[in-house]
Write a protein that binds this ligand. Sequence first.
Ligand code: CP
Length: 320
Amino acid sequence: MKNFTSIHDAPNVEQLVQQAFDFKKNPLSQSNFAKGKTLGMIFFNPSLRTRMSTQKAAQNLGMNIISLNVNDGWQLEFEDEVIMNGNKAEHIKEAAAVMSQFVDVLAVRSFPTLVDREKDYADLILQKFIQHASVPILSLESAILHPLQSLADLLTIQENKKTKRPKVVLTWTPHPKALPQVVANSFCEWMDFVDVDLTVTHPEGYELSSDFSKNATIEYDQNKAFENADFVYAKNWSSFNYYGKILSQDENWKVTSEKMALTNEGKFMHCLPVRRNVVVDDSILDNPNSLVIEQANNRTFAAQTVLFNLLKNKKTRYEK
Ligand code: CP
């Protein structure tokens, strides 16, 4: 695997899932695999789960970790051919090339601005790292996709499904802030590669890019969508068509016990962080049918599997 920025970088999803379950059974089975290698983690935005699980995954493989919050330092320039006489002190060309001298994999988190759709969906920061780094790039969530989250989501569904082809419902939920479409885009993309019946439900105006939702059933009636669902994945996102806008904060879209009663004893999923009693009621999060903690636990094994594949057959930079 050269880089990991979407499901399209995974040569064999089934094999990836099996490797992740093997690591989950025995997390330290390859504890010397990446001895002497270093993971660089570059954060343009905050993180709890992604930071801790990826660091844990790297440690399970014997790696060292260097972590940098870019916003604690000077700002980077990503545009080419600019006269850098403003507040940006270093160009990504040097920054990515220099970071590559110290690490064997560069992992990058960069959220969208939610202001300029064209720029966000070009995924400029991630693409510039790919262009100018000389080591593999691992996405820790970009402006469009969150593949490590989606792999963990897939593991969680595979572990908990009771039928060969479960009904999976991705539901929009209210939220006080405008959030990216990233998790929803990525989840749809990964669900396309496995045998599930995917329904996406949201108020009108919250349609995702058809690049990601084209194979899902779109249902504007949330109650109808929940009928016989085996899994309910809740997530807020801001509008794609009216880019970055909050069009609705309708509390009727919150996930409640009454809504979950329509499902096939459905399991509840959310990538976290979640706002209790805004997105979903306490009664659902505190119910044994909530998978949110196991979903977060699976982040380690998703990241461990991806790091393993990125580093397979690679020497440390000090070896000939
Ligand atoms: N789900 C997720 O990516 O969590 P963090 O933002 O805390 O990393």
